[in-house]
Design a protein around this ligand. Sequence first.
Ligand SMILES: Nc1ncnc2c1ncn2[C@@H]1O[C@H](COP(=O)(O)OP(=O)(O)OP(=O)(O)O)[C@@H](O)[C@H]1O
Ligand SMILES: [Mg+2]
Length: 260
Amino acid sequence: MAKPTSVSPNEITRPMQVGNTSFMLDRLGEDCAPLQFLRELTQNAIEGVQRVPEKSGEVIWDVDWNTQTLTDVFKLCVIDNGVGMTGEEMMQYINALSSSVNVLSSTGNYGVGAKIAAAPKNRTGLIYLSWKDGIGYMIHLWRDPHTGNYGLRQLDLPDGGVGYWAYVQDDVKPTIIDKHGTMVVLLGNETNGDTMTPPDGTPGYFGLTTDVVHVTRPNVGENDCLVVLISNYSYTMFSPYVAGSYNGPNIEVSVPLGLN
Ligand SMILES: Nc1ncnc2c1ncn2[C@@H]1O[C@H](COP(=O)(O)OP(=O)(O)OP(=O)(O)O)[C@@H](O)[C@H]1O
Ligand SMILES: [Mg+2]
């Protein structure tokens, strides 16, 4: 029988839980614009800088030169010299939805920005390297390829054990970071993928001129068609964060003439 609407102070409601966090993350990620992760990670870096007493610092988007030197692969990263996080803080704030150092509010922080915009676009992972009080820590947020679950990758620790955060040596510390700051490396969806390349669907405009469009009619008679090849054209992105223009891939379209 339904209970009366008055509530006893001793009554305990069982909180709703998430049945499948990874599905929810993928689903929320689909609603994000292709470059929204740039905004979210930049905003987190700015907020990290605003939390240092002097409220000023730097935010830099760059190549992760450590990875590039070791593997020749270009991975995008963002570096700030804001407050930084300890390993425990990263476990709390980066690996939980609606978890924020800020008070959650509909006009402020939701505690989800970087997770929904960046994690589904970087299934091999986001490496967070962060320094606080001169000590460096790291975590690897990824989508486990076996289970499909988002979470922290298990790390091998120097003592032979395993854990979800590890100390990092200062030789990987970016030059703008002294005692505190954070570097987030975007590994993308493929281990050897170049994450400096803008993701598919990045809004922008094509610098098309007649010089870049070539039309040929290779097979007069059978299979008669026009082949339109667009090559060597520039593509400029509508993003304040990514450098201007790059050469787009060749586009080839075959138009059957159907004259036979
Ligand atoms: N670069 C950083 N420096 C310091 N702390 C950070 C940094 N990036 C993330 N964090 C911590 O991780 C938390 C979670 O970040 P996330 O972007 O998921 O949510 P949020 O910024 O709190 O809220 P929003 O949904 O509005 O982005 C932040 O509240 C902050 O505590
Ligand atoms: Mg954020």
